[in-house]
Design a protein around this ligand. Structure first.
Ligand SMILES: O=C(O)CCC(=O)C(=O)O
Ligand SMILES: [Fe+2]
Length: 207
């Protein structure tokens, strides 16, 4: 046993928040990737930067518990979105993720998942914090990656600290505690990746 190998309980942040790397938690990730790509209602995202709205080549799906009348919608980076009901495979992953988090003492029941599809390395996501009021105080956001390995960077909002990690297919990380209050995160663009990646980011929304 390597006493110095990273453990799922280790905090990757030096201060002001908690990020855990739970490692590879999924087998059969290729089949899941292909299934989600072909079966989900992917749509471009709209991002407003400095008052200007851009349509992304990155595609998204909001999924989650829906009211019986199907009218559940909420606001995210200034735009209102409809929620698609749980796809059975995503619901299965949600339960696996909750189980893995319980193993490190994090008790959570997610009611939504934002899925992101990055067709190539030319698609990324700029620095942001998931700090919308609907996500509550100290949001727990778990992210499971499928497909191409991509670089994920956290940058402190005030200190000049950066934490970088490479997210591989089947890998699970969680951001919690004060992370969204003090840190921003990004998926950087890169010319060296031609393959696609899907991330499943599980969250709890408080209406
Ligand atoms: O794709 C990722 O790993 C990160 C996505 C993200 O930050 C988000 O959906 O808010
Ligand atoms: Fe995010």
């Amino acid at each position: 046993m390597d006493l110095f190998a990273p453990q799922p309980c280790d905090n990757l942040l030096p201060f002001d928040g908690i990020v855990n790397n739970l490692g590879i938690v999924l087998g059969d990730d290729e089949a899941l990737y292909e299934q989600l790509l072909s079966e989900l209602p992917w749509q471009s995202d709209r991002v407003t930067l400095f008052g200007k709205t851009h349509i992304t080549t990155r595609q998204i799906v909001w999924m989650g518990d829906s009211e019986t009348d199907g009218s559940l919608a909420y606001s995210y980076s200034g735009h209102s979105r409809a929620i698609t009901p749980w796809h059975h495979s995503v619901f299965h992953v949600k339960r696996l993720v909750e189980h893995k988090l319980a193993e490190i003492g994090v008790e959570v029941c997610f009611n939504t998942c934002l899925l992101n599809y990055y067709p190539t390395g030319a698609d990324g996501m700029g620095y942001h914090a998931d700090d919308e009021p609907e996500l509550g105080h100290q949001p727990i956001i778990a992210s499971l990656s499928l497909g191409a390995t991509r670089k994920f960077v956290l940058k402190h909002k005030k200190a000049q600290h950066k934490v970088e990690l490479y997210l591989e297919t089947g890998q699970l990380i969680v951001m919690r505690g004060d992370t969204q209050q003090y840190w921003k995160h990004t998926v950087t663009k890169t010319k060296s990746v031609q393959q696609g990646r899907i991330s499943l980011t599980f969250r709890t929304l408080y209406p």
